[in-house]
Design a protein around this ligand. Structure first.
Ligand code: B12
Ligand code: SF4
Length: 513
C-alpha cells in the first residue's frame, strides 16, 4: 500500500509528510490587564514553519466576544477528512475552560488528535491527562522541540502511539497514561525563530502600559516580547522553578534588538513589554541591551519586571535613557520575617524601598505587587504591609490573597498542613470562601486569618489604593465603568467587575469619613 492510502486506527488517512493540519488554541481568560498575544503558541508556530510545516493556525479566543461559539464555528470549518492536530494552551486559572473546550473539540472531531501544553499540564501531567476527556497527549515544559518532533512523527503516522519515545510528552493510549522523560531545556534561545506574529491579529490586542507622562501614554503602541526564560529564585508561591527547571536561558542582546527593530519597522510598534521572569537578573546583559538600544536610536519605550536586589541608581538611569518608562516589582510583604523566612524572596525591605524610590525619582512608573495570608501571617503582620505601602507609595500596587498554584513550595505546604485536603484534585471544583469570583476555581491559602479579617483587609486595601490614586470626575468614572463592562464576556466576569466597583464605592465613602 502506498503511504498516502494508509489509514490509522481511526480511519484517517495517514498524512503525507507536512500534510498535517495544526490548530493552536489560546482560550479566553479574563484579565483586568487586557489581552496580550499568546507568545508561547507563536513560538511553536514559528518553529514548525521553519521546519516546513505550513498548515498552522492560531485561534486566540481572547479576541472573540463569544469564545465558545467562535471555537465551535472554527472547529466546524475544519476539514474532517484531513489529519487535524489541535493543541491547547492551559494554565491553572483556565484549566476548567480548556477542559471543556477539549471535550467539545473531541466531540466535533472524534478523529482529531488533541494535545495541551503550558504551565498547568507541565505541573500536573497525570491529572491533566486523566481528567480531560478527549485529550490524547500533553507536552511538558518548553514546546518548540518537543512539539516539532511530535508533529514530525505524526506526519509519518497519525496516531498517538507514534509519540512513544518523544521526550517531554505524556500520552494517553486507551486510558493508559504513559509519562516519558522530560526534555532538556533549549540552552541558547537564539536557536529558535522569532515568535510568529503573523499567525495572530497582532494589532488586535489592547492592554495596559502605564507611564507617568500622560501625553506620552497617548502615543504608545505596545506589544510584547521575551528576552529570557526562567529564574533561579524560589519564592514560595511561584512555580517558575518547576515549570522551567532552575536554568535561566537567554536571547542574545543583538537578537533582542533585531526583534525590536522588526516589531517597530514592520509592524509599527513603539512600546515593548518584556515578559521575562526577571529581566534584571544579569546586570551586564541589561547594560548591553540598553547600550545597543541607544546606539540604534530606536526611539522606543519599554516595560519590564525588576527585582529589588538586582537594580541600583546607575542601572535604572541607564535603562531610563534607553527608554524604560514602567516597571513592576514584587515586594510581596512589608514584614521582614514573612518576606524572608516564609516567602524566601531573597530581598530586603530596604532594597525594595530604595528601588521604588529611585524609579519614582527618575520618572519610571512603578507598580508594586503584594500578597497576604502567608503561612503563619496574622492581621498585625498584614497591617505592617499596608503601612509599608502607605509609606513608600508606589504609583500603584496590588495586594491580593495568596493563591495556591501547583508545583510550588506553597502547594506542598498546603497539603502537608491540611489547608488543602490530601485528595485535593485540580480538576474538581473547589469552593472557598468567596464564590462570586475567581476563588471558586483557585484555592487560597487560608491559615491564621479569619473570613472577617479577609474582609477587613480588602476594605483597607481599597481605601489605601483610592487614597493613592488621583481623584476622578464622575464622567471619568463612568468611562472606566463602561470600558470594564465592555471587557467582560460572561456573567462571572461581570460579577468580578461589579464587585470591584462595589469595593471602590465603599472606599470612596470611607475616604469621605
Ligand atoms: C505574559 C504572562 C501573562 C499575561 C498573559 C499573556 C498571554 N496572553 O499569554 C497576563 C499579564 C495577562 C497574565 C495574567 C496572569 N498570569 Co501570567 N504569565 C505571563 C508570563 C510572565 C509569560 C507567559 C509567556 O509568554 N511565556 C513564554 C512562553 C514561551 O512560555 P509559555 O507560554 O509557557 O509557552 C511554552 C510552553 O509552555 C509550551 N506551550 C504552551 N502552550 C502550549 C500548547 C501546546 C499545544 C503545546 C504543545 C505546548 C505549549 O510551549 C511554549 C513555548 O516553549 C508567565 C511566566 C512565564 N515565564 O511563562 C506568567 C504565568 C503564565 N502567569 C501566571 C499567573 C498566575 C497569572 C495570573 C493568575 C496572575 C494574576 N494574579 O492575575 C493571571 C491569569 C490570567 C488568566 N486568567 O489566565 C503563572 C501561571 C501559573 C500556573 N500554574 O498556571 C505564570 C507561569 C507565572 C508564574 N511563574 O507563576 N500572565
Ligand atoms: S523572583 Fe519572580 S519569577 Fe523568580 S521565583 Fe520569585 S516570583 Fe518567581
Amino acid at each position: 500500500m502506498r503511504p498516502s492510502n494508509m489509514k490509522n486506527h481511526n480511519g484517517i488517512p495517514i498524512a503525507m509528510k507536512k500534510d498535517i493540519r495544526i490548530s493552536l488554541v489560546h482560550d479566553y481568560a479574563f484579565s483586568s490587564k487586557g489581552r496580550m498575544p499568546p507568545l508561547g503558541l507563536m513560538y511553536l508556530s514559528a518553529s514548525l514553519k521553519q521546519n516546513g510545516f505550513r498548515n498552522i493556525r492560531i485561534l486566540d479566543l481572547q479576541l472573540y466576544r463569544k469564545p465558545r461559539k467562535s471555537l465551535i464555528e472554527y472547529l466546524n470549518s475544519l476539514d474532517h477528512q484531513a489529519p487535524q492536530l489541535i493543541g491547547f494552551y492551559m494554565n491553572t486559572p483556565t484549566r476548567f475552560v480548556v477542559q471543556q473546550a477539549i471535550q467539545i473539540t473531541k466531540k466535533l472531531h472524534p478523529r482529531a488528535l488533541v494535545c495541551a501544553g503550558g504551565p498547568h499540564p507541565t505541573l500536573d501531567r497525570e491529572a491533566t491527562l486523566s481528567s480531560c476527556e478527549g485529550l490524547d497527549f500533553v507536552v511538558a515544559g518548553e514546546g518548540e522541540r518537543t512539539f516539532l518532533e511530535s508533529v514530525q512523527r505524526l506526519s509519518e503516522n497519525f496516531q498517538v502511539e507514534s509519540l512513544k519515545g518523544v521526550a517531554g510528552t505524556s500520552l494517553k493510549i486507551e486510558d493508559q497514561i504513559i509519562h516519558q522523560d522530560l526534555r532538556p531545556r533549549i540552552r541558547d534561545l537564539d536557536d529558535i525563530p522569532f515568535p510568529d506574529r503573523d499567525a495572530v491579529d497582532i494589532h488586535g490586542y489592547r492592554f495596559e502600559f502605564p507611564v507617568v507622562d500622560q501625553d506620552l501614554q497617548k502615543t504608545l503602541k505596545p506589544t510584547t516580547l521575551i528576552s529570557s526564560r526562567g529564574c533561579p529564585y524560589s519564592c514560595v508561591f511561584c512555580s517558575v522553578a518547576d515549570q522551567w527547571g532552575r536554568m535561566t536561558t537567554y536571547h542574545s542582546p543583538p537578537r533582542v534588538i533585531e526583534e525590536i527593530k522588526i516589531l517597530k519597522e514592520q509592524y509599527g510598534f513603539n512600546a515593548f513589554y518584556f515578559f521575562d521572569d526577571t529581566f534584571t537578573l544579569d546586570r551586564n546583559r541589561v547594560l548591553d541591551i540598553c547600550d545597543r538600544m541607544l546606539k540604534a536610536h530606536l526611539g522606543i519605550h519599554w516595560f519590564c519586571e525588576i527585582r529589588a536586589n538586582t537594580v541600583d541608581q546607575e542601572l535604572l538611569s541607564t535603562m531610563y535613557r534607553a527608554g524604560l518608562r514602567s516597571v513592576a516589582i514584587g515586594v510581596e510583604s512589608g514584614n521582614p520575617r514573612i518576606l524572608n523566612q516564609v516567602i524566601k524572596k531573597g530581598i530586603t525591605l530596604d532594597e525594595a524601598t530604595r528601588a521604588i524610590n529611585i524609579c519614582k525619582k527618575i520618572g519610571i512608573y512603578v507598580k508594586a505587587f503584594f500578597t497576604f495570608s502567608y503561612p503563619g501571617e496574622t492581621l498585625d503582620d498584614v497591617r505592617m504591609t499596608l503601612h509599608y505601602i502607605d509609606t513608600v507609595r508606589p504609583d500603584t500596587f496590588t495586594m491580593t490573597k495568596l493563591i495556591i498554584y501547583p508545583g510550588t513550595p506553597l502547594y506542598r505546604h498546603a497539603v502537608d498542613d491540611n489547608i488543602l485536603a490530601k485528595e485535593f484534585d485540580w480538576f474538581r471544583y473547589y469552593s472557598s470562601y468567596n464564590s462570586a469570583s475567581n476563588e471558586l476555581v483557585m484555592p487560597i491559602f487560608i491559615d491564621r486569618l479569619s473570613f472577617k479579617d479577609f474582609l477587613a483587609i480588602e476594605k483597607e486595601v481599597s481605601r489605601l489604593s483610592i487614597g493613592m490614586r488621583k481623584r476622578r470626575t464622575p464622567f471619568q468614572l463612568l468611562k472606566i465603568l463602561g470600558r470594564n463592562i465592555k471587557k467582560t464576556k460572561s456573567g462571572k466576569d461581570l460579577i468580578i467587575v461589579l464587585k470591584r466597583i462595589g469595593n471602590y464605592l465603599i472606599s470612596l465613602l470611607l475616604r469621605q469619613k
